[in-house]
Design a protein around this ligand. Sequence first.
Ligand SMILES: Nc1ncnc2c1ncn2[C@@H]1O[C@H](COP(=O)(O)OP(=O)(O)OP(=O)(O)O)[C@@H](O)[C@H]1O
Length: 238
Amino acid sequence: MSGDSILEIESIRKEYGSLVAVDDVSFDVERGQILGLIGPNGAGKSTLFDLITGVQTPDGGTVNYDGQDITGNSLERNVELGLVRTFQQTRVLGQMTVRENLLVASQLSDQPRERADELLDVIELTEKSDILAEGLSFGQQKLISISQALMLDPEIILLDEPLAGVNPTMENKILDLIHEMHDEGTTFVFVEHDMDVIMSECEDIVVMNSGRLLTRGPPKQIQNDDRVIEAYFGGEGA
Ligand SMILES: Nc1ncnc2c1ncn2[C@@H]1O[C@H](COP(=O)(O)OP(=O)(O)OP(=O)(O)O)[C@@H](O)[C@H]1O
């Protein structure tokens, strides 16, 4: 195992009846990296995120975070430890103001108001702080949902399709936010269907297919791997 992994997934497994959604998957995440997680629809990526973060309990295997076994921990406990995720569907509350949406996510922050205003400045939504969040665009709501995760002072964030459905301008804002947090030392695991983004943003990529880990490597290697191309284009594809 690598000397500086923040997360170690060992033979993790989840079954839904006869369907094995995640099939004995093992990999490490190194501290400070941006790791891409890709695979065709139904490969098991979101389920894997659920198992790592405590949304669901695995049927087998272990998750080690920062040297401790966190398998079966609740989502809340993992958030306290610094392991945070975002969801494909944003959880922004329309009837609260933009700033309140950040404050409700911040039980752990010592200076929540300052942190919220700092993040609103970074994402250029300061002037919208006091409007109801339902008045934000879809892309702005995505930015808020990532900022909600950042209010929790995470060591590592698992992002489930943070760019899905947003326009290129907003995509750049979200990527800027990720870069800024990455520069400050936050580790990211990033599920994304846009291959150009994955190839340019991630130092290392894990590929899943039909619940299994197919391969792992740097972008150039993954791009030229016949098994990856087959997984995407061989069957019905994504
Ligand atoms: N609660 C559930 N009950 C039964 N089957 C499920 C459940 N959740 C997921 N599955 C199945 O498990 C498999 C993996 O699904 P998962 O959502 O993890 O894939 P994914 O890689 O995230 O896909 P996508 O890219 O479409 O989001 C799929 O076949 C899916 O239909």
